[in-house]
Each structure stands twice: as C-alpha cells, then as structure tokens.
Design a binder for this molecule. Structure first.
Ligand SMILES: [Zn+2]
Length: 327
C-alpha cells in the first residue's frame, strides 16, 4: 500500500461524534460458531512458506495455485482471472485475481476480499540496505487471505449463515511506486482490483447480479493492532462500517475496533466503490502512536514475517466476521 490522504485533520473532528448510545441490536447475542485463530495462523504460515509472493515470481505462481485449491476444497467455485497489467515502472505483471464463489443460494450475497501478492521492496524499512529486498508479507497480504480461508472452511461446515459469501483475492496490489521515487502515483496501487472492477462492470450486461456490500481485509494479523474507521469506508459504506463495528462489540472484540476515525487510504476497496459501485469497507490496522508508520512497525519492512503475526488479532477480526455472517 498505500497512501494516506491529507485529511487526518478533518477526520479527527469526527472523533468526538463516536456513538455512545446502545442500540437495540446490541442486545444481540454472540454466535456460538468459533473462528479458529490457529487455523488462520496456519494458512498464513503456509503462504509464507512459498517465500515472498512477489509478482512474476515462482513463489507467487505456486502460492496462487495453493490458495485456489484451498477454496475449492471448501466448496467454492474458483475462477482465475488473469491479466497482464502494467506496473508504474512499465513492468508487465502477470496478475491473477482468485475469485472463489460460494454455491448458488437465495441468500443475499456479499464479497470479502484481500490482496495476496507481496510487496517486492521493503522501502519503509528503517535500514536503507533492505529497501530493495522483498517483503515476506505475512501481515500485508497473507493475513487477509488466511482469515478468508478460515471463513470459507466454517461456511462449508455451517449452513446457518445469513448471507452467501464470495471471496476475492486481488493480485498486484503492492507494486505501487516506491518511496525512493520522486513521483508517487496513487493509481499505481491496487492494479488487480482496478482490473477486477472494470471487468465486473462489463459483466453486468450479461449477469446483472451484484453484491450487497464488500469487506476488504488488509493487515489483519499484526501485533497490538487496532482498526479505525477508514475515511473512504465511511464515505461510501458508513452503514456497513457501523454493522461491522457493532458485530465486533457483540463478539467481545470492541477494543480492537474503537469508534475512531482514520484518514483515507488508497487500497483495493477504492475501485470496488468507485468503479464497481459496490459499497465496500476497508478493515485495515491503524497504529496511531507508531513512529515508523501508522500502518504499524513492520509495514513494508523485512520484519513483516510470521514472528510478528498475533493470533489474538486474527481471532478478533475473524470472530467479528463470524458474528456478522452468522449473527
Ligand atoms: Zn502493502
């Protein structure tokens, strides 16, 4: 990722308006289905065992096959949406969005998504010698896919969900312009999601079914992570933000999801909102006091590895989504 727009100041004004009243639905009970953080952790480790999944690498190719196989194992129909996309530097990126659709159902359909590629450069590492090394992307990539795989496993086992869920693993999110370049272009990020959104819009002529809403997971396994309400999520999908934050509270993970606002982040949810017109929120960790980056101490560094993955964070996000889907 990512590029925070200079609107933190504006959004801070909104902090004071955090909801304090208890709504009726807060009387809702926590669901009894348990998200397994151990399982999600193992899915995360399995991806990292391939090495950094940077675009055009063998690790990327092999891991993509593995992810597709897992979703198939859990009863999803998988489409590999391949495209040659052009990076900011002109590199042709062999991109594959992995689209895993759950079986036909009369239930309303939602999409949950995350990117699965690794950033090729650790350009936010405190040591300049590491800037051109690839990022393992245990958190910034693998964690989101890991949570989705565990949800897919639980959805196959339990048919009491109130929605049908499609999972989309976006590729080529993290080839965005490195910090050492003079020019930064917001459109150099989220290339796979940009492509998906365009294809989605053209497919509406033939299959007009759409998603009620989307949820993007990005960096959902970091240590001491908290999740603030991201600016574009509030702009385009405020009711979904409220629904998810409330689910977190019911599930007992409200402390991970404070009623606080974050600035705007360029991420895969932008083309989903702005091109595909599907209201989509971004669950992305925010570290208000981290000097290294507000995305956390390991973001785009060589330390974004399994040693810095926290099962408690995976649990908080995963159980919140279980509450949303089954509550
Ligand atoms: Zn990233």
């Amino acid at each position: 990722m990512k590029y925070i727009w200079g609107i933190i100041a504006a959004s801070m004004l909104m902090v004071a308006c955090g909801t304090t009243k208890k709504s009726e639905s807060e009387e809702q009970k926590a669901v009894s289905i348990t998200f397994s953080a151990d399982s999600a952790y193992n899915y995360c480790a399995a991806q990292c065992q391939y090495g950094p999944r940077t675009m055009n690498s063998e690790a990327h190719e092999k891991c993509g096959e593995w992810i597709a196989q897992q979703f198939e194992k859990y009863g999803c129909e998988v489409e590999l949406q391949k495209a040659d996309l052009k990076g900011y530097d002109g590199t042709i990126l062999k991109s594959t969005n992995i689209i895993a659709r759950s079986p036909k159902s009369d239930k309303p359909r939602i999409m949950i998504c995350a990117h699965w590629d690794s950033r090729p450069w650790a350009d936010n590492d405190p040591d300049e010698a590491n800037w051109k090394k690839p990022v393992m992307a245990a958190n910034d990539g693998a964690s989101g896919v890991a949570v989705m795989l565990e949800l897919a496993r639980l959805l196959q086992q339990n048919d009491s969900a109130n929605v049908a869920v499609d999972f989309i693993c976006f590729d080529a999110e993290d080839w965005g312009t490195p910090q050492w370049e003079d020019d930064s272009d917001a459109s150099s990020w989220a290339l796979g999601a940009q492509y998906w959104a365009k294809e989605y819009v053209s497919s509406l002529n033939t299959s007009p079914s759409t998603y009620q809403y989307g949820i993007l997971l990005d960096m959902v396994g970091g240590q001491s992570a908290t999740f603030y309400r991201e600016y574009y999520s509030m702009k385009y999908a405020q009711s979904i933000v409220e629904k998810v934050w409330q689910a977190a509270s019911i599930a007992g993970y409200g402390s991970y999801f404070p009623n606080k606002d974050n600035g705007g982040i360029t991420d895969d949810h932008l083309p989903v909102n702005e091109v595909a017109n599907i209201p989509c929120i971004d669950i992305i960790s925010h570290y208000p006091d981290c000097q290294q980056s507000n995305f956390g101490p390991t973001w785009h560094t060589v330390s974004d590895d399994m040693e810095h993955i926290d099962k408690n964070t995976l649990q908080a996000v995963g159980q919140t989504l279980i509450q949303l889907i089954f509550g």
